[in-house]
Design a protein around this ligand. Structure first.
Ligand code: FAD
Length: 513
């Protein structure tokens, strides 16, 4: 929907959006059954980023919206927003893209041949398009591990992609494998009804709660330029250590996990969960190391000699990526490097008329990143901005890879890991939408202070550049009021404490813990 909005905003395009399911909304459209190649959520899924941090750059959320929306509220908001902007008419549901190939005249025109199938009638049609934006997500093809003896297990084994309700696990013993966000969601939800849940993990994880200091959303507090600025002057491990020691450990010291994280917080995605720590304290979830092997009626964990009996095993072991409809050789992975310039443009094409949107793993909200990518791709499709030479693009991919390999634990999607603020700035600067901080410092010091010391909000990328928005400054200055409203139903100056009382409390905290 962001792609359609960007193309319409730019003008001169006639977007056609193909959606293979019967409804728009992608991940956030809840379905009772898992669909192959479509992301899945559980009935209880709540978004991991708060409404202000994940907003669209020219579309602040209503003050009444919850900060962390449940999937229904998020979906309704997305659909209402799309209706407001009259975007739904461009979407053709029940239409699966089955192939995207360079057209016969591609060398001269950069055009594409796209073949789609109506999933109800089965009718297949082919058309030629000037450009293609691939927005199919990448958290939708389950990765299933194979442990020794797994075939002999008599209980149920499923991937979280197919997990819906938890009723089937009432009074059962369940093993959840993997300590990412979906693993923790599964473990917490199932433990509400199960006899016992075991959470098996190879390398542990740093867990962030949605509730940050003072009841503010954690990302509203953490995702600030003044905090991420430390990455520019200190090694990532030092910044990680500071965040772990000053922010995370006072909530739940990582040394007291049964399986301690073997990495720093910024070396692997931290996971978001509000309840896992209390589940560990109550014993309803027990943390265990990796599975050594399966038996008929359970598993033996590494370091154990006896079998832990189990009725079901839920694999929360992540997803692999694939664009099955795309002409071969356009996106390739060589030595774990994916051939996309800034994770968006394939480097092997003569014309920049195909872009991939949302194929990143950010530490931060995905929506503003996706929107910036759409705006950049639109400007390139419109011929207003060019890509650099292939040599420069390869260098950019190699540089990101080198940085990532030094910082992250090896993984299949290593080359699409990005730091939120840096990456947003990088994409925005490709088409002139990165704020000019020096100019703002000189002309609008209040705004400058908000941009540097306040949360890094998406509206900042509408202060200048193509399709800048007059309301961007106001949206930045009023975000705290919208953030607090659904909780307090009061204006935020009425919620603020006297400065002296605040300082006194800070001193007390220093003395007592
Ligand atoms: C459980 C879960 C929780 C998540 N939580 C967060 C979060 O808190 N914050 C965040 O930023 N991101 C989160 N994500 C990532 C999520 O992918 C993004 O929020 C966002 O939905 C990505 O949007 P998208 O349009 O790129 O892809 P999707 O939402 O995956 O939509 C892709 C669409 O493409 C359609 N499609 C696929 N193949 C074809 C085809 N061949 N032809 C036609 N249509 C096709 C699919 O049906 C789907 O509707 C989460 C993902 C999951 C699975």
């Amino acid at each position: 929907m962001c792609s359609i909005a960007s193309l319409i905003e730019e003008g001169g395009f006639e977007p056609v959006c193909f959606e293979k399911t019967d409804k728009p909304g992608g991940t956030w459209c809840y379905r009772d059954e898992a669909v192959e190649g479509v992301a899945s959520i559980m009935p209880t899924t709540i978004i991991n980023h708060s409404k202000e941090m994940g907003a669209l750059s020219n579309y602040p959320p209503l003050r009444e919206c919850s900060n962390f929306m449940r999937h229904k509220e998020l979906y309704q908001n997305a659909i209402e927003g799309a209706k407001d902007r009259d975007l739904l008419k461009y979407i053709q549901c029940n239409t699966e893209v089955i192939s995207v190939n360079r057209a016969a005249d591609y060398e001269q025109t950069g055009r594409w041949t796209v073949t789609v199938k109506n999933t109800i009638s089965g009718v297949v049609t082919t058309d030629i398009y000037d450009g293609v934006l691939v927005c199919v997500g990448h958290i939708n093809r389950p990765k299933m591990p194979l442990f020794p003896g797994q075939d002999s297990f008599k209980g149920q084994i499923i991937h979280t992609h197919s997990l819906r309700g938890v009723e089937n696990y009432k009074n059962k013993t369940v093993i959840v494998v993997g300590m990412g966000c979906s693993g923790l969601d599964a473990a917490v939800e199932i433990s509400n009804v199960a006899e016992q849940v075991y959470l098996s993990t190879r390398s542990g994880a740093h867990v962030l709660q949605r509730v940050g200091p003072h009841g503010y959303p954690y990302d509203y507090v953490l995702l600030r330029r003044c905090i991420f600025f430390w990455f520019d002057i200190l090694p990532p491990n030092v910044v990680s250590w500071l965040l772990e020691s000053l922010y995370l450990d006072p909530q739940f010291n990582h040394n007291i996990y049964a399986v301690k994280p073997t990495h720093h917080i910024f070396s692997k995605d931290p996971v978001i969960n509000d309840h896992i720590t209390s589940k560990l304290l109550s014993g309803s979830v027990k943390q265990k190391p990796n599975i050594q092997r399966f038996t008929e009626d359970g598993v033996i964990f590494e370091g154990d000699s006896e079998v832990t009996k189990a009725d079901a095993v839920i694999m929360a072991t992540g997803y692999t990526w694939k664009f099955p409809f795309l002409e071969e050789g356009i996106i390739v992975e060589e030595e774990a490097k994916i051939s996309l310039y800034k994770c968006v443009f394939p480097i092997n094409l003569k014309h920049p008329t195909l872009a991939v949107i949302g194929f990143v793993l950010p530490f931060g909200p995905g929506f503003p990143i996706g929107e910036l990518q759409c705006r950049w791709a639109t400007q390139v499709l419109a011929g207003k901005y060019n890509l650099p030479s292939k040599r420069e693009m390869i260098k950019d991919i190699n540089d990101r890879y080198k940085k990532n390999i030094a910082r992250y634990a090896p993984s299949e999607k290593m080359s699409i890991r990005v730091d939120y603020i840096k990456y947003c700035d990088d994409i925005a600067s490709q088409f002139g939408a990165k704020p000019n901080f020096f100019k703002i410092f000189l002309t609008d010091p209040r705004l400058f202070i908000h941009l540097i010391f306040g949360p890094s909000l998406p509206y900042q990328y509408r202060l200048q550049g193509p399709h800048s928005w007059d309301g961007a400054r106001e949206a930045i200055m009023t975000s705290k009021a919208r953030m607090l409203w659904p909780i307090t139903k009061r204006n935020f100056d009425e919620c603020d404490e006297n400065v002296l009382v605040k300082i006194f409390k800070k001193v007390l905290r220093l003395v007592f813990y």
